[in-house]
Design a protein around this ligand. Structure first.
Ligand code: C2G
Length: 131
């Protein structure tokens, strides 16, 4: 039995890389089940992020990972509380670049920020591909 039964996390997961994988592994180390909300292309435009890989492909790559129990779609900033309650999650986890930003969810579940993997990001990969 791990510390948590059912974790949820959110992200774009564009150009899936080792930083994304390490975070999902860290989540799977402390939670029996891992639900991942993948940002839709429309929501990414709201976030001011341009995606190299379309939502369907980003979703399928994340869904194929053995530590991922289920993938849902992220369409808004406001859906987290409802997702946590519907999916009966006991923890909300993000990388620590988001530290403190989601503490408002502490009334419905634990909120945990795990270390990011330094030196890799989708934007750095895109920049290196340009040159
Ligand atoms: N991450 C990481 N290490 C990296 C890059 C990302 O641990 N080198 C983590 C981030 O902290 C985040 C997750 O991987 O928890 C997904 O990162 P992104 O795909 O960049 O997602 P983001 O734009 O942070 O979207 O509502 C929340 C948003 O959807 C989060």
């Amino acid at each position: 039995m791990k510390k948590y039964q059912r974790a949820i996390t959110y992200g774009t997961f564009d150009l899936f890389h080792i930083g994304h994988l390490r975070l999902l592994e860290r989540i799977a180390n402390i939670a029996d089940e891992v639900i991942v909300a993948v940002s839709s292309d429309e929501f990414n435009r709201l976030k001011g992020k341009s995606c190299a890989i379309p939502f369907e492909n980003r979703r399928d790559i994340v869904a194929a990972l053995r530590m991922v129990t289920k993938v849902i779609r992220e369409d808004s900033w406001e859906q987290k509380r409802e997702d946590i309650l519907r999916e009966q999650c006991d923890v909300f986890i993000m990388g620590d670049d988001w530290k403190g930003k989601f503490d408002f969810l502490k009334d419905v579940c634990d909120v945990v920020y795990l270390p990011r993997t330094n030196g890799v990001s989708s934007s750095e990969i895109k920049a290196s591909l340009k040159h």
